[in-house]
Write a new protein. Structure first.
Length: 170
């Protein structure tokens, strides 16, 4: 980010905000991102941290570090997009439903930058996706409205959004 060498990054490691001292590292990352965006280049976008990456069947792009023997892509992707805050959730579901083979699998982790709403809004423009499965443990600050606007657009087009909001409350 400091050298303007990347347009996008996937931050896989966890511990950025879940472990002691991780907040310091997350703050440094956010500051570096803000500095990069203040320059003319606009800086990169970041997916993660604490994610497993992305699989885009149309883009022939797979950063999931799960061996294809465990999650083999099928011959034809299903018209499904899976956006999940938990890489473990994605891998568990996909390994149990291998024939499903979604068109997109996006693990978003901590949503340090890109959010569930960002991805849903972007994927809404793909008419090949008929069902959007979303697992979130929480929405990034101020992201709920963007998410539900994208969901409303998807539903108005005759497609479906399935949201599973995990977590606990008092």
């Amino acid at each position: 980010a400091a050298r303007d060498l990347a347009e996008s990054m996937i931050v896989i490691p966890g511990g950025l905000e879940e472990t002691e001292g991780g907040g310091v590292l997350a703050a440094r990352m956010r500051a570096a991102l803000a500095d990069a965006r203040a320059r003319a280049s606009g800086g990169p976008v970041i997916n993660g941290g604490n994610c497993l990456g992305i699989r885009s069947r149309p883009g022939h792009y797979d950063t999931l570090f799960i061996p294809h023997a465990k999650l083999p892509p099928g011959s034809r992707p299903a018209p499904i997009a899976l956006v999940t805050g938990s890489g473990a959730f994605a891998v568990t579901r996909l390994s149990r439903m291998a024939p499903m083979d979604p068109r997109y699998v996006i693990t978003i982790g901590n949503q340090m930058d890109l959010t569930a709403g960002d991805f849903l809004a972007h994927l809404a423009d793909d008419p090949e996706v008929r069902v959007f499965g979303v697992y979130v443990e929480g929405f990034a600050r101020l992201d709920g409205l963007r998410f539900f606007e994208a969901a409303a657009r998807i539903v108005a087009s005759g497609r479906r959004v399935i949201l599973y909001r995990a977590g606990r409350t008092a």
